[in-house]
Write a protein of this length. Structure first.
Length: 245
């Protein structure tokens, strides 16, 4: 637990240091909808799928669609390795042309608990093949860079110590992103996503989460940032298909 707190603190400090060089900050409002599924087939193997639709100007127009899937290996019930592929389609404004991105990814995911504090973490590496653009039109070929993500989410049930059906939970989450690669010149810091809200387990297999997310993004130029105020609604669905004794 102490190592986890130290690591996320370092990410927060890096984010603050990067933000001190802000010259231009553009404000934005968005709505994000997401569905996450983790299905376990056997003691060791499972499947990860998540789907996203994101809108900008709060909910006025489509901004991005994302489909991500991966194969999961269970080192233990609370420690999982996943590798897979994601397709991202981003709408270029004002043309409305979709910019494709192909994104292989790898992840280590683990959970823990201390008293009422339920902890979820992951470290994710992504290889981003993003179609080049000229203004609001597609260019020739793809650019490439690596991205590293660290996510920490804390859930505290309003009653009892563990997450139980029909008991709301307070949620706070932070995810920090760093870019790497030859094409990354001015924005090693990519973005930070801070979320606060509530979750509600409808059953032990289905949980809804609603709240506010602040997404702070550094643009490739290095001196322009986007401060995105986001309403976020996610649904988490888990299935266990193992044969019961």
């Amino acid at each position: 637990m102490k190592k986890s707190v130290l690591l996320i603190s370092l990410f927060f400090l890096y984010t603050i240091a990067a933000g001190q060089s802000v010259k231009i900050v553009n404000q934005q409002q968005s709505t994000w909808l997401g569905y996450f599924n983790q299905t376990r087939f056997s003691t060791r193997w499972g499947l990860w799928v998540d789907l996203h639709h994101r809108r900008t100007d709060f909910a006025d127009r489509a901004n991005q669609n994302l489909v991500r899937a991966g194969l999961t290996y269970f080192l233990a019930d609370n420690v999982r390795l996943t590798a897979g592929y994601a397709y991202v389609g981003s709408y270029l404004s004002p043309s409305g042309i979709i910019r494709p991105e192909h994104r292989p990814w790898q992840q280590i995911w683990w959970t823990g608990r201390s008293g009422r504090l339920n902890l979820l973490q992951w470290v994710r590496a992504e290889q981003r093949y993003n179609h080049r653009i000229n203004g609001d039109q597609l260019g020739d070929g793809y650019g490439f860079n690596w991205r590293l993500r660290y996510n920490l989410m804390l859930q505290i049930p309003l009653k009892g110590e563990t997450i139980q059906p029909h008991v709301p939970n307070f949620v706070v989450q932070n995810e920090a992103f760093l870019n790497f690669g030859k094409q990354i010149v001015a924005n090693t810091f990519d973005q930070n996503r801070f979320f606060v809200g509530m979750s509600y387990p409808f059953s032990k297999h289905l949980l809804g989460q609603l709240g506010y997310m602040n997404q702070f993004i550094q643009q490739p130029s290095g001196n322009t940032y986007v401060n995105n105020h986001t309403l976020r609604l996610f649904v988490f669905h888990t299935l266990d298909l193992r044969k019961q004794p």
